[in-house]
Design a protein around this ligand. Structure first.
Ligand code: PAF
Length: 285
């Protein structure tokens, strides 16, 4: 099946309205393209749960900092459409930048308190850009359900807060991280890694596994877990650690002792490539 490729908001709205008349519910999978098996898993779930599946492919300039990889971010629309076809997606919405941000655009969405920690600390303005584009997509598509990956844990948490605070009528479906057989979390940025970096990038997953074993073994000091995670990452050849954090999964604030739902979160650079990974751990009270 070839999905219908749509470039304008007006055409998108027409297709969505026609599907609604047929009684279909709408599922949205927002992406920036360079699609991989992680995205495919989101599409598959959307296909199972909704009647019209829309995948947006838009490399959103407002979520990239001035020295980030906007220009070199992989763009491969033809391949992406083929993957969407295999996953029986109905509509691919791939607007040009001027369609999403016409001249004179000046409204942005911010989620205070959650946006400046973890990735937000080293990527100022990133989540403001993410929230703004995702709210625009929600308004354009008006989906019953929207699908995001747990790999971007902070993004998922912030978007859930935005939806709650702004009464957006969408059900947020956060799907498990998809990994390579050796554990590396799938990411569009993995393709930047050379063979050596790819091998060493495994240390993110291994560090999370090790921390989870320590917690399962009874360790309850966040400082001990955090320090051990950082030591492991620092010892990884080529790794420059942005953060190794142990935070409350809801507030994203650092914890002293572990209890409740805990987020172990890592961000590490290999050369110019920044990778993130995380694990959610439920620690008995
Ligand atoms: O996770 C992503 O790919 C992007 O941040 C998103 C949600 C598509 C917004 O541009």
């Amino acid at each position: 099946m070839t999905p219908t490729l749509v470039r304008t908001i007006a055409e998108l709205r027409r297709l969505v309205a026609a599907a609604r008349v047929r009684g279909a519910s709408i599922g949205l999978v927002p992406t920036m393209g360079a699609l991989h098996r992680g995205h495919a898993a989101l599409m598959r779930r959307a296909r199972e749960e909704t009647g019209l599946v829309v995948v947006s492919i838009f490399v959103n300039p407002t979520q990239f900092g001035p020295h980030e990889d906007l220009a070199r971010y992989p763009r491969m629309l033809e391949q992406d459409c083929e993957l969407c076809g295999r996953e029986r997606v109905d509509v691919v919405f791939a607007p040009p930048v001027e369609e999403m941000y016409p001249a004179g655009f000046r409204t942005f969405v911010e989620v205070e308190g959650l946006q400046n920690v973890l990735c937000g600390a080293s990527r100022p303005g990133h989540f403001r850009g993410v929230c703004t584009v995702v709210l625009k997509l929600f308004n354009q598509v008006q989906p019953e359900r929207a699908y995001f990956g747990q790999k971007d844990a902070q993004q998922a948490r912030i978007l859930q807060q935005m939806v709650r605070d702004l009464d957006v009528p969408v059900e947020m479906c956060i799907c498990p991280t998809v990994r390579e057989p050796d554990g590396l979390a799938l990411s569009s940025r993995n393709q930047y890694l050379d063979a050596g970096q790819r091998q060493h990038a495994l240390s993110l997953y291994q560090t999370l596994q090790h921390a989870q074993h320590q917690i399962a073994g009874g360790e309850r000091s966040a400082a001990v877990i955090r320090q051990r995670m950082e030591e492991r990452l620092v010892a990884t050849p080529g790794a420059v650690v942005d953060y190794a954090a142990v935070v409350d999964a809801d507030s994203l604030q650092p914890l002293a002792s572990l209890r409740g739902r805990v987020l172990l979160a890592l961000a590490v650079k290999f050369g110019a490539t920044r990778l993130i990974d995380n694990a959610l751990v439920d620690v008995p009270e």
